[in-house]
Design a protein around this ligand. Structure first.
Ligand code: GDP
Ligand code: MG
Length: 619
C-alpha cells in the first residue's frame, strides 16, 4: 500500500476550494479566506486509513498554468470542485477540467477523480441529475459527493473518499461498463479461494471461512454474521452455497457485491493480505523476502515448512495413493502462474510404478529446490500461500540456513539434513545409472527414460544411525574444460569407473589428483557395471592400490543391472561419509563401522516405513 496520499483541489474561482480545506482543518466555516492555503499535511494517525495525507489548494489568481500542471502530475487524486448553485462551474468540469487533467497525466498511471459539489446549503435540489451522466462517461471518476463548507456537511467524508480512491482504487478491480469484476481480479481471487480451501473440496466451510476471516481481518466472524453472508449469497445465486459452504462462484459474487456497494476496501484487504500489489501482481517483497545466506552455508526446509508441504500434498492426493497423478499435480500447481516442475523432475526423485511422483519424491524435490535455488523455493512457497496458511512472518520463516561447513568440520558434527554428493566419471562410465539406481530404478527401468527428460540430479533419503537424511547426487559433466569450482563444492565425491572398460579408471585418477587429493572432501571410488567381466585398468596401479595409497576406502562394486531394485547400501555409506568426514582415515576401512551404519539403516528404514504407514492410516 502507498506510504502517503496527495490530494489536489481544482475548480473555478470562488466555488469554495479554500473554504473546504479550512473547514476540514478548523472544523468551523471561515468567514474570510485567502485565495489559496499552503499545502497542509494531516498526520497518519488522525486519518481514517492511517496514512499521512497532503492536501493541496489551487488558485488561478496566485498560480501560473505551469504550476498547476506540475501539481496535477504530482497528485494521487484530484477533486474537481464546483458550486451546486453555479451552472457554469458544472459545465467547466467536462469542457475544461477533465480534458486538462487528462493532458497532464501519464496515460498508464490514471489518477482517480472525485467530483465535489460544494455550497449544498444554498440550494434545495441536488445536482446529481446533472452529475450522474458525467460519471458514467468518465471511468476515471471514482465517486461524487455533495457538501457544504459552511454547514460542515460531508467535509470529512470528501477527504475520506479521496484517500480511499488512492489506497483502494476500484479501477483494477471492476469494470463499470460490464458491471463485473475484471479478469485479473477474478484470477487473483480464484487463487486466494484455492489456497484457503484447505481440504480442496471446492467449498469454503465454516472453519475455512473463519480462518480466512481471521488472517485477513484479524477477527473471527460471529456465527450469525457467517449465516448472514451465506444467506445473501443463497438469495442471489443458485450455486453460490453448497453443503453449507461458499463455492468459488459464491466467493466471487460476494466480492462483486462488496465492490458494487462501495466496500471495495474489503476486497483490497483480502488481495493485499495474499500478497497482491496495486496492479494485482504478486508483490516482489512477498515472493522474495530477504534471506541472508553466508558463504559455506546451505539452505534447508525446516520442520514447519515440511508440515505445510505435507498438508498441501494431502489436500491434492485425492485418491490417497501417496502419489500425485498428472491431474493431481496440475491441480496442486494451479495456484502458480506457470508449471514449475517439468518431466525431468520425475527422473530426479522417487516415483511409483506408474511413474508418478510419490509423497517421498515430492518432499525430495522441494528439498532439492531449497538447496540449489532458495529464491525459487521462497517464490514457490509464496504461490502456495505458506506464510498465510502456516501463519508465519514470511516465506523465509520456512528456511533453515545451516551453519558454515567449516564449523561443522571443527566440531566434528553437523546439524545438516541434506548432503551433496558430486559424481565424477568419464563418458558412459555409469554415472546416470548410479543416480537412477538411488531412486530404485534398475537397468531395464532406466532404459525407459527419454533423453530430453533426463536429469543430472537425483535426491532421496537414506537413514544414518536412524536419522533420516537427504542425499543429493549430482552428475558432473565429464569434460575437464567445463569443470568449475561449483563442481568441487560438495560434501562427498564419487569417482565412477567402468570395470569393463580398461580406459575409464584413468579419468577418476586424474580428477582426484587434480582437485581432491589436497581437499578435505571425502572421496569414494565406485567400480560400476560390476555385473560385467572385470578387465585390467590401463593405469600405473590398480584401483585398489590407488585407493590404498590415497587413504580412500577400497573401490565399491556397483551394478544397476539387477532383477529387482538395485542395492541401496552404497548410498547409506556415502551419506555417512558426508556426515562424518573426519572418521574417514581411522575408521572407514574397518568393517565394524560399516556394519554399524548399515544395520542402523535397515532397522530404521523398516521403522520409518511403518511410521509412515501409520501416518497414512490416521489421515
Ligand atoms: P475558492 O476560490 O474556490 O477557493 O473559493 P473560496 O473558498 O475562496 O470561497 C469563495 C466564497 O464562497 C467565499 O465567500 C466563501 O465564504 C463562500 N463559500 C465557500 N464555501 C461555501 C459553502 O459551502 N456555502 C456557502 N454558502 N458559501 C461558501
Ligand atoms: Mg481559493
Amino acid at each position: 500500500m502507498r506510504k502517503d496520499v496527495r490530494i489536489l483541489l481544482v475548480g473555478e474561482p470562488k466555488v469554495g476550494k479554500t473554504s473546504l480545506i479550512m473547514s476540514l482543518v478548523s472544523e468551523e466555516f471561515p468567514e474570510v479566506v485567502p485565495y489559496r492555503v499552503e499545502e497542509i499535511t494531516i498526520p497518519a494517525d488522525v486519518t481514517p486509513e492511517k496514512v499521512p495525507t497532503h492536501i493541496v489548494d489551487y488558485s488561478e489568481a496566485e498560480q501560473t498554468d505551469e504550476q498547476l500542471f506540475q501539481e496535477i502530475s504530482k497528485a494521487n487524486v484530484i477533486c474537481i470542485v464546483y458550486a451546486v448553485n453555479n451552472k457554469t462551474s458544472i459545465e467547466k468540469v467536462t469542457n475544461h477540467w477533465i480534458p486538462l487533467i487528462t493532458e497532464n497525466t501519464d496515460k498508464d498511471s490514471r489518477v482517480p477523480l472525485i467530483l465535489v459539489g460544494n455550497k449544498s446549503d444554498l440550494v434545495e435540489h441536488s445536482s446529481m441529475e446533472t452529475i450522474l451522466p458525467i460519471m458514467n462517461q468518465y471511468s476515471e471518476i471514482e465517486t461524487c459527493v455533495e457538501c457544504s463548507a459552511k454547514n460542515l456537511k460531508n467535509i470529512s467524508e470528501l477527504f475520506y473518499y479521496a484517500q480511499k480512491a488512492v489506497l483502494h482504487p476500484t479501477g483494477p478491480l471492476y469494470c463499470p461498463e460490464k458491471k463485473d469484476m475484471k479478469p485479473l481480479c477474478v484470477k487473483a481471487l480464484t487463487r486466494i479461494f484455492k489456497v484457503s480451501d484447505l481440504d480442496n473440496d471446492g467449498i469454503l466451510n465454516d472453519i475455512e471461512l473463519n480462518f480466512f476471516q481471521r488472517v485477513c481481518f484479524n477477527s473471527p466472524l460471529e456465527p450469525q454474521a457467517l449465516e448472514d453472508v451465506k444467506n445473501v449469497v443463497r438469495k442471489n445465486l443458485m450455486d453460490g452455497v453448497q453443503h453449507n459452504g461458499l463455492t468459488l462462484k459464491g466467493f466471487l459474487f460476494l466480492h462483486t457485491l462488496f465492490i458494487q456497494r462501495g466496500r471495495h476496501e474489503t476486497t483490497w484487504t483480502v488481495l493485499r493480505r495474499f500478497g497482491y500489489d496495486d496492479d494485482l501482481e504478486l508483490n516482489q517483497d512477498y515472493l522474495f523476502p530477504p534471506l541472508k545466506i553466508p558463504p559455506d552455508c546451505t539452505t534447508e526446509l525446516n520442520h514447519n515448512a515440511y508440515l505445510f508441504l505435507q498438508s498441501v500434498f494431502d489436500k491434492h492426493d485425492k485418491d490417497r495413493d501417496c502419489a500425485l497423478s498428472p491431474d493431481e499435480l496440475r491441480d496442486l500447481f494451479d495456484v502458480f502462474p506457470y508449471m514449475p516442475w517439468g518431466p525431468d523432475v520425475n527422473n530426479t526423485v522417487c516415483t511409483n510404478d506408474q511413474g508418478w511422483i510419490t509423497y517421498q519424491g515430492y518432499l525430495s524435490q522441494w528439498t532439492l529446490t531449497t538447496y540449489l535455488d532458495v529464491q525459487r523455493c521462497l517464490e514457490y512457497l509464496g504461490y502456495l500461500g505458506y506464510s498465510i496458511i502456516a501463519e508465519q512472518e514470511s516465506q523465509a520463516a520456512g528456511i533453515t540456513v545451516t551453519r558454515a561447513k567449516k564449523i561443522d568440520l571443527q566440531k566434528k558434527q553437523t546439524q545438516r539434513n541434506v548432503f551433496r554428493c558430486n559424481v565424477f566419471g568419464d563418458m558412459s562410465s555409469g554415472k546416470s545409472g548410479f543416480l537412477q539406481a538411488f531412486l530404485g530404478r534398475n537397468f531395464v527401468r532406466q532404459k525407459m527414460i527419454k533423453e530430453e527428460h533426463r536429469s543430472y540430479y537425483a535426491i532421496s533419503t537414506t537413514y544414518v544411525y536412524g536419522q533420516e537424511k537427504y542425499l543429493l547426487l549430482h552428475e558432473v559433466f565429464p569434460d575437464f574444460d567445463y569443470l568449475t569450482d561449483v563442481d568441487m563444492a560438495c560434501d562427498i565425491v564419487c569417482l565412477v569407473y567402468d570395470v569393463s572398460n580398461p580406459y575409464s579408471f584413468e579419468y577418476c585418477a586424474k580428477v582426484f589428483k587434480q582437485y581432491f587429493m589436497d581437499s578435505k572432501t571425502p572421496c569414494m571410488m565406485i567400480a560400476a557395471k560390476s555385473d560385467l567381466p572385470e578387465v585390467k585398468q590401463m593405469y600405473g596401479c590398480s584401483p585398489l592400490e590407488f585407493c590404498r595409497r590415497h587413504k580412500m576406502p577400497p573401490p565399491q562394486s556397483f551394478t544397476c543391472n539387477t532383477a529387482a531394485e538395485p542395492n541401496r547400501e552404497i548410498y547409506t555409506k556415502l551419506t555417512t561419509m558426508a556426515m562424518y568426514p573426519h572418521i574417514i582415515q581411522e575408521d572407514l576401512t574397518s568393517s565394524t563401522f560399516w556394519l554399524r551404519a548399515s544395520v542402523g539403516a535397515t532397522v530404521f528404514a523398516v521403522l520409518g516405513f511403518a511410521v509412515y504407514r501409520l501416518l497414512l492410516k490416521t489421515r
